[in-house]
Design a binder for this molecule. Structure first.
Ligand SMILES: Nc1ncnc2c1ncn2[C@@H]1O[C@H](COP(=O)(O)OP(=O)(O)OP(=O)(O)O)[C@@H](O)[C@H]1O
Ligand SMILES: Nc1ncnc2c1ncn2[C@@H]1O[C@H](COP(=O)(O)OP(=O)(O)OP(=O)(O)O)[C@@H](O)[C@H]1O
Ligand SMILES: [Mg+2]
Ligand SMILES: [Mg+2]
Lengths: 256, 256
């Protein structure tokens, strides 16, 4: 069955896009059929693959408004087994345009329905907010993967995210669950990372992935080349971490 | 005259809150009367000072809804000359609650009007989005200070921010202007920071502050102690950079 996963956290800059792009690439590299959906008007996920959306081509914005089907908006990437539903900054208009529309929370879920079966994984990159775009991702998803930056402010926001996921589960999508928490930008040289990591293990136990993504400059260089870090420099610590993350995820999924 | 400044950038995690908290503290340290307004439902600016909002006390949420005056919501901090209008996660409800209210973009501007004259600087910390909360800050402000992380994705989003500021200037607040761009999390050890900095100087010239905020772990440790970095470790590179930023800002303001 297709696993649909929202990559969400309202805290900004914690590695949502980086995780969507690179986890997606690592899963595709082990022959899983992967679709990425860019649901952030910043469109960083789209440019992370060097994709320029041609004028007039449908994106996740048109799909949410019901002006295009999901299949029409999906495009291939340079990576075998990996497709993307790109977006542009126009997506920022969706929240206001859908505010009084019926079933506004189910738009993505209903649009993605016909694609189930064609992919093993669908990963949805969310904006740094808990508005209608992220809600659409949480309603469409079976699971939520939470990238958590090893910083104090990021730790603070986690309880609000958990409460929002509970609310979506109770009102819109009863199968929704946190699949896991991935520690990102872990810096061995400073105590803060360790302090945050300890705190997260204490609260979330087995939900926390063993794989920790280190702070690694090659990860932040890759987007300027329009490539996932696995293509930019497969031997760097960042790429290796995302390869391990993918295999840990596959192991966890097969145990369910 | 009171200078009202929005600290804004829709890209997440670029140092908006860190800049509001520490620039505010540095200005207060040189005897400017400063008010910080926390307009982000994450309330990181509020906890950056170790402030717990007591139940029932008004916050920026009640001020936007017109249920409390700005003066009622302002509380002192442990730092002389520095007050804050704190917030809680309830603020997340304001965007939907104000969606069809008259003058919804002017709520903060009108609320802050009676406070002008009591402060030399009012700094408004914005959430990582360009929705109604950030729009309220841009309509209330005279100037926008843009923290820009020295990373590729952060650079990409700058043109959309500029267009939004232009739109607000043309429709709601003709005095609005970009006061400056501050490079944050600059890492001397990697080329990416230099590449981004060069690009920013090329596009924005004199608007770019000479003061660059280095990546400095003491900055990210300070919030876990509920203190601005100037109080946590005044001699570290991070504190020194924010002290320089404050004096550069005072110089720029006196030249106008
Ligand atoms: N492990 C890492 N090591 C170094 N840099 C990283 C790492 N992960 C992400 N980055 C960089 O940090 C910045 C923030 O990451 P990213 O944009 O993926 O976060 P995000 O949560 O998607 O942000 P937003 O909230 O704006 O959507 C980016 O410039 C990215 O290149
Ligand atoms: N110069 C710096 N050096 C090291 N860490 C920093 C620096 N500036 C900010 N940080 C840390 O980086 C993280 C992001 O900064 P901050 O929260 O201020 O960004 P923001 O733009 O306010 O984020 P958001 O978009 O979520 O509101 C925080 O954990 C902060 O402590
Ligand atoms: Mg992102
Ligand atoms: Mg912030």
């Amino acid at each position: 069955p297709t696993r649909v996963m929202a990559i969400a956290n309202q805290k900004g800059g914690v590695g949502k896009t980086t995780t969507t792009v690179n986890l997606g690439t690592a899963l595709a590299a082990v022959h899983r059929r992967v679709l990425l959906i860019d649901l952030d008007p910043q469109a960083n996920g789209t440019t992370g693959f060097g994709i320029q959306v041609e004028p007039g081509r449908p994106t996740s914005y048109e799909v949410l408004l019901g002006e295009a089907s999901a299949a029409q908006a999906v495009v291939p990437t340079a990576i075998p087994n990996l497709s993307i539903m790109p977006t542009t900054v126009n997506l920022a208009g969706a929240e206001t345009e859908l505010v009084d529309q019926p079933l506004r929370e189910y738009r993505l879920r209903n649009a993605v329905q016909p694609l189930l079966g064609e992919y093993d994984y669908i990963l949805i990159d969310c904006p740094p907010a808990l508005g209608l775009l992220t809600i659409n991702a949480l309603v469409a998803a079976d699971k939520v993967l939470v990238p958590l930056q090893c910083e104090y402010y990021a730790l603070e926001g986690i309880s609000h995210l958990i409460r929002t996921i509970e609310r979506i589960k109770n009102n819109f999508n009863e199968r929704l669950d946190i699949q896991g928490i991935v520690l990102t930008m872990y810096d061995r040289r400073n105590n803060l990372s360790e302090m945050v990591a300890d705190e997260v293990y204490r609260h979330f136990g087995a939900k926390v992935y063993d794989t920790v993504i280190p702070r690694n400059v090659r990860i932040s260089e890759a987007p300027s080349h329009g490539k996932p870090v696995l293509l930019y420099d497969v031997n760097c610590a960042g790429s290796q971490a995302y390869i391990h993350l993918a295999s840990e995820m596959l192991r966890r999924d097969s145990e369910l």
